[in-house]
Design a protein around this ligand. Structure first.
Ligand SMILES: CC(C)(COP(=O)(O)OP(=O)(O)OC[C@H]1O[C@@H](n2cnc3c(N)ncnc32)[C@H](O)[C@@H]1OP(=O)(O)O)[C@@H](O)C(=O)NCCC(=O)NCCS
Length: 153
């Protein structure tokens, strides 16, 4: 199989990211291209994911957004490689020298995140983290599973 490169995105990658996300009717959610990491094969963007620092309910936390892999290349470990790249490059200002990793996601693909070690959050905890969930009239029948990942090494 041709080598797949995982790299940080740049401004020039914007059209390729938008194209990939639109395959799944996802949008940029006000993210910048530089918030993304990309999977690239033969010079083409075939996967993307963004990790950003959010603030909500007076908490600051890392949240994963907009992960997508090209439809023809799903199930080949590319999503996992994007996530491992992100998880392994997180810096912890609180504990220099230690690898502390805590991140959150709201997702319609909980099975994928479970395989990576994420655990499902109960509704009460979801409401504590995300203010927009608290205000959302669709909260009771929301399709988004709230999940978190925590690791110290
Ligand atoms: C979710 C997604 C990014 C996963 O990327 P991927 O490259 O296909 O995932 P991987 O090949 O690394 O899969 C790792 C494992 O997760 C499983 N998996 C992948 N997608 C899954 C899903 N949607 N539901 C349940 N399990 C899933 C795989 O079967 C694999 O299991 P295995 O290790 O037992 O073989 C990709 O399927 C995708 O682009 N989906 C459409 C967009 C989307 O739903 N994004 C999430 C919005 S938050």
């Amino acid at each position: 199989m041709t080598e797949i490169l995982i790299r940080n995105a740049e401004k020039k990658d914007l059209p390729a990211i938008q194209r990939l996300l639109s395959t799944y009717f996802l949008d940029m959610e006000e993210l910048e291209p530089e918030d993304f990491v990309l999977a690239e094969k033969e010079g083409k963007v075939i996967g993307c994911a963004a990790l950003i620092r959010d603030t909500s309910n007076e908490n600051t936390f890392l949240e994963l957004h907009s992960i997508a892999v090209h439809p023809n290349l799903r199930g080949k470990g590319i999503g996992t490689r994007l996530m491992e790249y992100l998880i392994n490059t997180i810096d912890s200002p609180e504990m220099p020298g230690a690898q502390v990793c805590e991140l959150y996601v709201r997702t319609t693909a909980p099975g994928f995140f479970e395989k990576l070690g994420f655990i499902t959050m109960q509704d009460a905890e979801k409401l504590l983290i995300w203010e927009d969930c608290r205000k959302c009239e669709h909260f009771e029948k929301c399709a988004q599973h709230a999940m978190k990942y925590f690791r110290v090494s």
